[in-house]
Design a binder for this molecule. Structure first.
Ligand code: PD2
Ligand code: ZN
Length: 209
């Protein structure tokens, strides 16, 4: 039997901070959606990359020591359902989304505190802004529990979010005028025990694909 794909999400949102706006999204993904994303990623993980602020190209850095893979937009009906749910939540069209990333952090792996927005003061940031504009919002979706460590941390606002399978986190990296909000600094604390699987969706100001 085919599983119904839930595009609309009417779940509970718990607001953790006002500036930047940060919310925990309870049961944003079903466990079978979590398993599906992990299965899609398992075979094709690569070392994680970030956008180089100087060149705008993707580069490997020690600050993001996980492995990841990207899924093309609307990769399959389950992924499309998740993308439409995110669009409904953020009111940003599916076309404003970058490709879903699926990340695996093993013991000791982390993502040091950083900004998801592009810095217009740097040439690489300006290049990245040309297509789609600024990264406005991020939706993180936890695909696994983590035995110890692996929290998503917002050091400036003093908030740590513990990964819980199926839960999501929505936060905004810019103010309502699309200018970068430096209080959106955030990272992923090293995993101490177990393994962390998480999916990241970055949403742009305008159509990106
Ligand atoms: O995995 C996380 O919790 C995390 C934390 C901060 C992911 C990202 N940033 C990201 O992929 O941008
Ligand atoms: Zn981030």
């Amino acid at each position: 039997m085919e599983t119904a794909i839930e595009k609309k999400w009417a779940g509970e949102m718990e607001q953790l901070a006002a500036s930047p706006g940060i919310w925990v999204l309870k049961n944003f993904l079903s466990f079978s959606e979590c398993d599906h994303l992990i299965q899609l990623a398992e075979e094709k993980l690569q070392p994680s990359t970030v956008v180089d602020p100087e060149t705008g190209e993707y580069i490997q850095v020690k600050e993001r020591s996980s492995s990841l893979t990207f899924l093309t937009l609307r990769h399959d009906p389950i992924v499309t359902g998740i993308e439409e749910r995110i669009a409904g939540l953020t009111r940003l069209p599916v076309e404003n989304g970058e490709a879903i990333q699926i990340l695996r952090y093993r013991i000791g792996e982390e993502y040091k505190p950083h900004f998801d927005y592009f810095d217009p003061e740097h040439p690489g940031g300006r290049k990245a802004l040309e297509k789609g504009g600024q990264r406005v919002a991020t939706v993180l979706m936890y695909l696994s529990e983590v035995e110890e460590g692996g929290e998503t941390t917002f050091p400036t606002v003093g908030i740590d979010v513990k990964p819980e399978r199926g839960n999501g986190v929505l936060f905004y990296s810019v103010y309502s005028n699309a200018q970068p909000n430096p209080d959106s600094l955030h990272g992923s604390i090293p995993v101490i025990r177990g393994e962390k699987w998480v999916s990241t969706k970055w949403l742009r100001q305008r159509e990106y694909i």
